[in-house]
Ligand binder design. Structure first.
Ligand code: ATP
Length: 248
């Protein structure tokens, strides 16, 4: 049976003066590779904060892994790589190894010792993102795309069941985007990690993605990638409020 990973039922969120999300219902199932699309200000970050438990909905219900979010304790099941992960300056005093290892804190607690096989775990996580030869390098000396991979390794070491990546291809050269996707697909298929890519960029919806959700305060579309491909340009422009380019 396919398990629900995220369920939102009639969720709204209001900042003091702004209604950021209006009556959203949608779900993500185990194994989905979802692109969550929406223009600037459409409520993507707000939705992420609700899922991560950093904000509480003004109304509506959120379930994670089938449990009401208030009762959900397995935070380590959710890996999150933020938009700002890859912005270290070159002098930042941490090695790749140290950054990845710090991802274990979530799993083992802040004051516990790292397990004896920590080096092996770091090596495996780095290997999964193709960065095994960079373990001793300084994080600040890597490219934006390489840093992004290291932060994905940092999330992976906690063995998440769901990985949420916020604007993951920002800072990655055009020619490296394909191999970046190949890596994500592998994680999705081989490790059965449910993936959510959050982005304003319609181009990110490559052939690798299984589902697409279009957000602009409400969910305008949620379905298979193939069905998204058949949405008219006109409709897409209307959701975004301006012209967008869709590449098939
Ligand atoms: N802390 C806040 N206080 C008040 N209003 C906020 C706050 N954070 C966001 N908003 C407003 O809520 C709406 C949704 O913002 P949100 O950051 O969720 O959008 P987004 O889709 O993530 O945008 P972007 O792609 O630009 O990051 C916007 O109108 C924004 O101005």
């Amino acid at each position: 049976m396919i398990k629900p990973i995220i369920q939102l039922q009639n969720v709204s969120f209001q900042y003091d003066e702004t209604q950021a999300l209006n009556n959203i219902s949608f779900h993500v199932q185990e194994g989905d590779f979802l692109a969550l699309l929406g223009p600037n200000g459409s409520g993507k970050s707000t939705l992420l904060k609700l899922i991560l438990g950093l904000l509480k909905p003004t109304s509506g219900e959120i379930k994670l892994f089938g449990e009401p979010i208030q009762a959900f304790k397995q935070r380590e099941w959710i890996g999150y790589v933020s938009q700002k992960s890859n912005s270290f300056n070159s002098g930042f005093p941490a090695t790749v190894e140290e950054v990845v290892r710090s991802g274990l804190t979530k799993k083992i607690g802040l004051f516990k010792r790292y397990p004896q096989n920590v080096k092996q775990l770091v090596g495996e996580a780095l290997q999964a993102v193709g960065m095994e030869n960079f373990a001793t390098r300084n994080i600040g000396q890597l490219s934006g795309g390489q840093q992004q991979r290291v932060f994905i390794a940092r999330a992976l070491i906690a063995e998440p069941k769901l990985l949420i990546l916020d604007e993951p291809t920002v800072g990655i050269d055009h020619e490296n985007v394909q191999s970046f996707y190949d890596m994500l697909v592998k994680l999705n298929e081989e490790r059965q990690i449910t993936m959510i890519l959050v982005t304003h960029d319609v181009d990110i919806v490559s052939e690798h993605i299984s589902h697409v959700a279009c957000l602009n305060k409400t969910i305008h579309f949620h379905g298979y990638k193939n069905d998204f491909d058949h949405i008219s340009q006109q409709k897409l422009d209307a959701w975004y409020g301006h012209k967008v380019r869709k590449i098939h």
